[in-house]
Ligand binder design. Sequence first.
Ligand code: 4AD
Ligand code: MG
Length: 431
Amino acid sequence: MLKTTISEVSQHVGQDVKIGVWLANKRSSGKIQFLQLRDGTGFIQGVLVKNEVSEAAWEAASSLTQESSLYVIGEVRKDERAPSGYELTLKDIEIIQIAENYPITPKEHGVEFLMDHRHLWLRSRKQHAILRIRNEVIRATYNFFHEKGFVKIDPPILTGSSAEGTTDLFHTTYFDRDAYLSQSGQLYMEAAAMAFGKVFSFGPTFRAEKSKTRRHLIEFWMIEPEMAFVEHEENLEIQEQYVSYLVQSVLENCQAELKTLERDTSKLEKVTAPFPRITYDEAIALLKDKGFTDIEWGDDFGAPHETAIAESFDKPVFITHYPTKIKAFYMKPDPKREEVVLCADLIAPEGYGEIIGGSQRIDDYDLMVERYKEHHLTAPAYEWYLELRKYGSVPHSGFGLGLERTVAWICGIDHVRETIPFPRLLNRLYP
Ligand code: 4AD
Ligand code: MG
């Protein structure tokens, strides 16, 4: 018997196949049983007609509970009405295990209950679709950067210093010393860019932020490209090409998943490079026009501000040239105007907020030393980072894209917690 998967049935129309599956749901009309089957690659309906199969097969099907595991044997049929386009006419079934009372039933459950059962919730249609799209974004990321000649470099997770300010550092011990979980691999990626030219990383990062919003995770995954001999404007061009590539790849390869999520894909189709750019100054003026009368030059933007700015555009928008004093120590001041830096945040449409933070980096040794003092950062933790400005320093730029926020936006779902297999939140370390 030909063993296959649900994703491959289109190649076996008219043939008998065997597939290992779980029972997602079941309906019966007395003489016919309709089994909703899933195998990880997809979902398909199996139809069992009482007087066309053995009594044993009929009884076995009748005994199946939700999430029972089994092999089904049946003929693949094309069916225009089926969501997947195919159906199985079942001939026999072999039970592997009858599942006990499965806690997640087709009725509505509260989100905390579902999060407590995340290890099982992953099996449901919607969660399956979201994580498949996450997988496509990861695949497209590797494709994009490899095609453009970037080398993947893996920065350490255990570090002796902070990369993005000290307030949300995750402290741990390293034998008899203090250590921190990485907030960003950037500083190491700068070293790598000086060795390989164009590099990118993809890994977990940690922020001990006491934020309980729909955009914040304690552990999230970041893609961090870093490029030697690349300045501010070119940095933005790479970002807009990358983000449009991600969106277009999902549109091309995840139509079924987007349909399951009921995503309005016309909004995603508009996401093509170039993206609009506005300066921080223009953003302040725009916000004042929109009724944020309290906001003043020098204030950072919160979620409501980002949402209001994004509403004026149907593509992601870059906000550039933020005030130096509200941004990280390593950002290069604009030579034409020292109180702002050569940076940009990329704000996603539809209220999803900042998905990228990036900048040109300070390449001057003396200025970097000065910034260290202002930010109360001390050697020897940063000694090596300073040395990059001593031995053939060059203009360089990079950025970090938050994977979960990007996936939440592309999927059109409310909260980042469903975009990562096992979310770490302020109040959640289980499962
Ligand atoms: O803006 P951030 O803090 O930038 C950096 O860490 C830079 N060192 C990146 C670089 O230039 N190499 O973070 C980058 C992105 C944000 O735009 C956001 O998408 C995501 O990381 N992010 C979070 N995602 C989920 N939960 C959190 N707590 C996040 N904090 C940042
Ligand atoms: Mg940021």
